[in-house]
Design a protein around this ligand. Structure first.
Ligand code: NAD
Length: 251
């Protein structure tokens, strides 16, 4: 606890001195809002390894039964009811102080924007569950409109323009990332003078590489995560306390 206390003081001072703080968030920042992560102790995959199939593009495109299950899960996705927590709010405070250069998020839940972070500062490297995309013609539209079609009896609603397969506008496993979005995230990481990774196991590439990018460009690197990550050794500080308690103390 004393260790965590002194790290918090140190990181707070770094943030005070910094001009361009870049934050990378992962699923861990939203667990306190009731959205489970994938790899934490209560994570979706930790509890049910089969659930990974629903997030895999190859199974999704090939199997209508997988898509029907995925749509049922989207219907009851915790993001619809979830409210931002103290961690999200602290990042809004950081932006109001004029220090937030970019908020890179692996999350698809839209909670940063719901908390009040400016959409133009949020870089959603894995997309968002608040939109749908047609896998054939590329049409995009609001998720809620497609979910209404489920309520009227469709179990695998096709694109109304071309009949293609619809999916949440998220990057599934096995699917290509959007190169411009990743390039922007990496550029911002390299411009940081203080880079803080929050609630990510830092196992998903290429975005985990943003930590190296920031470090080699000279930023102070901080990791706030309950469990160890592969980048703890190169971090200038590691805080393994709860995010909702930690972020309000360092910003
Ligand atoms: P992850 O599941 O791999 O790791 C989350 C980490 O956060 C774990 O190491 C866990 O120990 C830590 N953690 C959880 N709650 C915490 C808390 N309250 N305080 C401190 N630490 C906490 O998450 P990831 O690295 O983001 O990778 C998962 C992938 O799945 C991402 O790419 C993301 O797109 C997606 N995903 C998103 C959401 C979401 O949008 N909320 C939820 C699950 C998964």
């Amino acid at each position: 606890m004393a260790q965590s206390g002194s790290s918090i003081e140190k990181v707070r001072a770094w943030v005070d001195q910094a001009e361009r703080v870049v934050i990378l968030t992962g699923a861990g920042i939203s667990t306190e809002s009731g959205i489970p992560d994938f790899r934490g102790p209560q994570g979706v995959w930790t509890r049910d390894p089969e659930a990974e199939k629903l997030s895999n593009i190859h199974y999704y495109m090939a199997d209508a039964e997988i898509r029907k299950k995925a749509w049922q899960q989207r219907l009851v996705h915790p993001a619809w009811e979830a409210q931002p927590n103290a961690g999200h709010a602290a990042l809004v405070g950081l932006e109001r102080r004029g220090k937030l250069h970019a908020l890179i998020t692996q999350n698809i839940d839209g909670l940063h924007q719901k908390a009040g972070s400016s959409p133009e500062r949020v870089i959603e490297v894995h997309g968002t569950v608040t939109r749908v995309v047609c896998m054939r013609c590329g049409w995009k539209g609001p998720m809620q409109e497609t979910l209404l079609r489920l309520l009227t009896g469709e179990d695998d609603p096709p694109c109304t323009l071309c009949g293609g397969i619809l999916k949440s506008d998220t990057i599934s496993f096995g699917q290509n990332l959007v190169p411009e979005v990743i390039a922007r995230a990496m550029r911002c990481a390299a411009e940081a003078d203080c880079f803080i990774a929050v609630g990510s196991s830092l196992q998903v590439y290429p975005i985990a590489g943003a930590v190296d990018e920031a470090k080699s460009a000279g930023a102070r690197v901080v990791i706030v995560n309950a469990e160890p990550t592969p980048f703890d050794d190169i971090a200038d500080a590691v805080i393994s306390d709860a995010i909702g308690r930690t972020l309000p103390l360092i910003f």
